[in-house]
Structures are given as structure tokens and as C-alpha cells.
Design a protein around this ligand. Structure first.
Ligand code: GLV
Ligand code: MN
Ligand code: MN
Length: 382
């Protein structure tokens, strides 16, 4: 990440942006507006990624924001633009996503700072090891001079490709729950313990995993994933005494999602009771579905049309920093078509022509915003 920051910081500085790294590890480059007191538009996405990832999820949104500044060729707008390369959006290391964006909305709290990774290193220690001071996190929070946040991102799904549309606009982002379940049984010898005398934590966890899939298949629009399993002690010839699993549940309607989570917790408890195991769960995230800003959606659609393309409105099943930023500033997202709908995978890609369309759309959007009467009013309030 240090290398990544260094590289992008050089690009931003060359365009005339003022670059800093805030105490939550977000890279921030500020391109000033025409006047010193001009309000600012936030743009960006995240710089972290998942294991065995593709090259575009997140970072494309940061690079596109930098490309837009470059395409301005020194032109100053009635507003400043702050590009943010967010840290820790995916939640891979600490199980909790949106660590960087939460710092901007003042939600990187003590509880989150004390969360530990699999090696027992807390968020707080990781920030210190990175060379930053967690005491300064409050200074990463947004001031009240921001009038909007716009994030470019690959769609990560098949919808735009199926509709032959290079660009889409997000009208809402699905809510998501993330939990960690621990089944506890009794470790014992795999050769000497008869089947009926076992308390096998992996077998219980496996039964529950298939129940998760069954439950999700029953409810339209619900997606539920057990993406990670760890067993202890973890040897071929030892019955597992403990199994830890992650659960990720998403739906456009918060009620449907929370009801599904309750059912899955009940199901885990039933399976554990029947097998003589115990089970506990830890809620890592309960993030509500979020609507994007209608004014920005409208302007983005106009900007897409100016590139000669027809926009497509859609709900994002993936989570994004925009859903956290939306708590504090009007937020919107522009999706780029994702070939094959493949993401969180090394085969993830994007077409160069679609990236060119995205830059063109972004420039139209900046020009529209610069002359929008609605925005003048919004900026006066910012
Ligand atoms: C982000 O990639 C997510 O998991 O939605
Ligand atoms: Mn991702
Ligand atoms: Mn992403």
C-alpha cells in the first residue's frame, strides 16, 4: 500500500493536487477550485482488494478520478475536487469493511480500532505499524464544505454487458450483514473415536453451510455466502474441535436481510443442539441499504447520454465506500460494464473504450455541475 500511495501521489502532485495520507490510511489529493473558499466535490474509491483479486475493483475509481483531474488540463472549477483512495474497504483483514470511509464520516470508533486480524494485530496497531497516528483519526473526518461524492466502479456483475450499455448509474446499494460463527465440539482421535461418539465441529459447520445455501435459494433477491472456514486444530487425523465460518448476507430490502440472518442463526443453533455442539456468533457488520442522491443520478444520466450512450439505472449488490459517505454527503456511483460479469477474480477486466467513455462522462458531469443552479444552491449550503 505504501508503494501504491507513492505512485498515485506522484500522479496527483503532477496535476497540481495537494496530497496527504490521513490517519486512517486514506490517500487524499485536493485539487483546488477557482476560489480559495470554494466547496468541494469528493471523488474516488478504494485501493485495497480481496485475495487473488482482479486489477480493477476499487483502484479503477481512483485512477479515473485522477484521469479526470488530468483531463481538466489545469482548468479550475467553481468547486474543488478531493480525490480519495480509501483504505480497507473490503474487510478482508479485520472482517469489517469500510474502515477508511468510516474515518471520513466519524465512525471509525474505539470498537473498530480494537478489532483484531487473524494474527491478533488490532486496527489501531496496524495503523501505527503503517506509520500513522490513530489519535489523529478525527482529523480525517469530512468538514461541512462537501456537496457531493461521486464514485466510478466496475459493475462486478453481468447486467450492463447483457444490456450492451458501457455505463450505468446506481440508484441504491443493497444492505449487507457480515457475521462470524464459531461451532465448538470436542477434538479427538480420528482413528479411535466411533462415529456415534463424536462432537465434530466441521461436520456441524458443513451441515449449516448447506442450510445457508438452501435458505438463500428460497428468497428472491437474497444472496448468502459462507466464504471462509477455519478449523482447529486442523489436522487430517484429528476430529475438529472448533470451526469458524464467515457469513455474508445481502438484499435490497433491509427487513428481508435481517429476517434471513435471524433464521440462519436459529438454524445454526438447532444444528449445534442436535449434534451436541455449541455455536456462537459475532455480528461484524449490519449495513443498511442506501439510496443514492436523485440530483446526482439525474446529472450522471445526462452526462452518460452526452457520450452517445443510454444509461441504465441499477441497484448495486456489491458494497461501496459510497454507501458510507452517503450518511454525510449526497453520493452517487457510475458503473462500468464488466466483461463476463467476473469480479473478485484475476480474470476481472474492463474495456479500454468503456474507460474512455467513463472519462468523457466524468468531464460532462463536472461541466454540468459547474453550471448547475441546483448545485449553486447546494454549494451555498455546504
Ligand atoms: C465489496 O467488494 C463487497 O464485498 O461488496
Ligand atoms: Mn470488492
Ligand atoms: Mn469495490
Amino acid at each position: 500500500m505504501h508503494d501504491c500511495h507513492r505512485e498515485i501521489a506522484v500522479w496527483m502532485a503532477a496535476i497540481g493536487a495537494e496530497v496527504r495520507i490521513d490517519a486512517a490510511g486514506n490517500l487524499r489529493g485536493f485539487y483546488a477550485g477557482a476560489e480559495s473558499k470554494a466547496p468541494r466535490l469528493l471523488m474516488g474509491s478504494h485501493l485495497d482488494t480481496v485475495p487473488n483479486a482482479g486489477a480493477y475493483d476499487g483502484v479503477l475509481g481512483v485512477v479515473l478520478a485522477v484521469a479526470l483531474l488530468e483531463a481538466l488540463e489545469g482548468r479550475r472549477l467553481p468547486f474543488g475536487i478531493e480525490v480519495v483512495g480509501f483504505s480497507e474497504e473490503e474487510g478482508v483483514r479485520f472482517g469489517v469493511p469500510f474502515v477508511g470511509s468510516r474515518a471520513l464520516t466519524g465512525r471509525l470508533d474505539r470498537e473498530l480500532l480494537e478489532r483484531k486480524d487473524s494474527r491478533g494485530i488490532s486496527v489501531r496497531s496496524a495503523i501505527e505499524e503503517f506509520g500513522l497516528n490513530p489519535q489523529e483519526i478525527p482529523r480525517a473526518a469530512l468538514g461541512n464544505d462537501n456537496f457531493g461524492y461521486v464514485e466510478f466502479h466496475i459493475e462486478q456483475g453481468p447486467v450492463l454487458e447483457a444490456r450492451k450499455r458501457p455505463l450505468g448509474v446506481v440508484d441504491a446499494i443493497a444492505g449487507q450483514s457480515r457475521l462470524e460463527f464459531t461451532f465448538v465440539g470436542r477434538a479427538n482421535h480420528a482413528g479411535t473415536t466411533p462415529m456415534h461418539l463424536r462432537y465434530d465441529a466441521i461436520a456441524g459447520a458443513a451441515e449449516w453451510t448447506t442450510a445457508v445455501e438452501r435458505e438463500a435459494n428460497k428468497i428472491s433477491g437474497l444472496v448468502a455466502t459462507v466464504g471462509k472456514i477455519e478449523a482447529k486444530p486442523g489436522a487430517t487425523n484429528v476430529i475438529a474441535g472448533e470451526a469458524r465460518l464467515t457469513l455474508d448476507v445481502r438484499h435490497g430490502l433491509d427487513q428481508v436481510r435481517t429476517r434471513a440472518v435471524e433464521n440462519l442463526i436459529r438454524e445454526a443453533e438447532e444444528i449445534a443442539r442436535r449434534r451436541g455442539l455449541s455455536v456462537s456468533q459475532n455480528i461484524m457488520l449490519n449495513q443498511q441499504a442506501v439510496s443514492m442522491d436523485p440530483f446526482l443520478i439525474y446529472e450522471i444520466e445526462q452526462a452518460i447520454r452526452k457520450t452517445g450512450c443510454e444509461p441504465h439505472r441499477m441497484v448495486s449488490g456489491a458494497g461501496h465506500d459510497a454507501m458510507i459517505l452517503a450518511e454525510k454527503v449526497p453520493a452517487a456511483m457510475i458503473f462500468l460494464r464488466t466483461p463476463g460479469g467476473i469480479s473478485h477474480h484475476p480474470a476481472e477486466s474492463v474495456a479500454t473504450e468503456d474507460v474512455a467513455k467513463a472519462i468523457e462522462c466524468g468531464l460532462h458531469l463536472l461541466d454540468q455541475l459547474a453550471s448547475s443552479p441546483t448545485l449553486q444552491r447546494r454549494m451555498c449550503r455546504a
